[in-house]
Ligand binder design. Structure first.
Ligand code: HEM
Length: 81
């Protein structure tokens, strides 16, 4: 959605705590996953990606390579890089 705001990597990186909010990036989009963290089937491991890119972690945990996972993620989109 081109109407969503554009964020810098630096701005995303500031959102790496539950207090500030947990943001991640994936394929050029920015997601605020704060509300999802407690629901994550893989538990606190999700916090390793806080403030940065999901790609390196999802390359290691291929369980995310499914449409239903991308559907969940898309619900948390707040902007683009
Ligand atoms: C499992 C979503 C980030 C590690 C899952 C599953 C979902 C999910 C839906 C269950 C998939 C299934 O069984 O069909 C997400 C989302 C993420 C995210 C939306 C980011 C916004 C991460 C990160 C890591 C991670 C960054 C590791 C650093 C895992 C692991 C499992 C898992 C280890 C398997 C848990 C198990 O079955 O015991 N994730 N995940 N996830 N996730 Fe994530």
């Amino acid at each position: 959605d081109p109407s969503l705001p554009v964020f810098s990597q630096e701005e995303v990186a500031k959102h790496s705590s539950l207090e500030a909010g947990i943001w991640v990036t994936f394929r050029g989009s920015v997601y605020d996953i704060t509300e999802f963290v407690a629901m994550h089937p893989g538990g606190d491991k999700i916090l390793l990606a806080a403030g940065g890119a999901l790609e390196p972690f999802w390359a290691l945990y291929a369980v995310h390579n499914q449409d239903h996972v991308l559907d969940i993620l898309s619900g948390y989109k707040v902007g683009q890089l």
